[in-house]
Each structure stands twice: as C-alpha cells, then as structure tokens.
Unconditional design. Sequence first.
Length: 201
Amino acid sequence: MEVTRFSSTALRAGTYYIALLVLSSSASTGTVTATISTERPNMTVPSALDFGAVNIGQTRDLTLAVRNTGTEPLTVRSLSSSNPQFRAISPSTPFSVVINGEQAATIRFQPTASGGQTGTLTIASNDPFRPSVTVALSGQGFSPPAIAASVTSLTFNAQAGTNPSPQTFTVRNSGSGTLQYQITTSQPWLSVSPASGSSTG
C-alpha cells in the first residue's frame, strides 16, 4: 500500500476537503474523502527583554506581550526561567489568549550580585507548531554608591577669643560607582573645606 503524504504548513487557516482515487489491479476502484483542518493557535512573543541596570536588592518589572495570531484559542501552560533572578510574576498559569488577542505577562528582575545577568524564559503552550518558545532575558546588577565617614562626631575645645585647632575627617564611598557629596553645617561659626567632592567605590 502506498501512503500519500503532504504538508499543510503553507495552507491558510481553514477546513479543506480532498478526494483520493484508489486504483488497484482488480476491477474495482474506490474514492476516499478526507477532511483536513488547519485551525490552530499561533503564539508570538518578543525575542528578548532587557531590564537595564537595577540596584542589588531592588526589583524592576517589564511586561511581555503574549499574542495569539492563530484561529483557535491559545493556552499558555507554563512560564519558566533558567535564572532565579528573573521570574514570572503574573498571570498564574495556565491562562488563555483569545483569537487575535493579547495577554500581558509581568516578568521581574531582582539581582543578587553585581554584574551582567542573563537567562532564558521558556513558554509552553498548545501551539502545535511551536509548543515551546524562548525569550532571552538580560539585566545588570548594580551596587549603588554609599556614603560613609571616618568619624561620627568631632569635639572642639577652645578658650574664649581663640580658635580651636582644625580637625579632619574622611568621606568615603563604601559602595560602588561614583559618590557625589556636599557638606553643610548648622552653625555659622563652623566651616568645612572642601565642602563638596566625589569618591569612587
């Protein structure tokens, strides 16, 4: 028996009817009618999400648009990330996307270390041609500048009519990046020099 194969990939969505003429060496012939349906969901998503620089311990959320350009409802079964610093927040799975509809999914980046971070978001669905699609995820963990001083208090001793000796302290950046600072005083008789500056962590 010879089996006839064909590909429906190039067909537009719809229902098609075909008739196959069966020939044999016997005197009888027959016709087989087959119904072919190309109705299906079709999921489309962006290829990548870039979260930019985010302070360590803080979060940034981006929206991923899950679209259904097919002719049947789309069911998204799961959203999973290869890097725990990226995760899907909402909606909960499974969820459905109507024909020609769109569902916004919230993806969160929460860096735990400095430097570049990458991951892959895998989306599983009932799309028969692409049951699993991936989205590239990237972001930068950033440790912000943090001001610190070498002392917490200064004590000046002087007799009336005399000026006490100046004292010094150091302003430093205990974080990362560049710290920009300004120093002000609450008393007119107290001055600081320099009154501003920068420090690199």
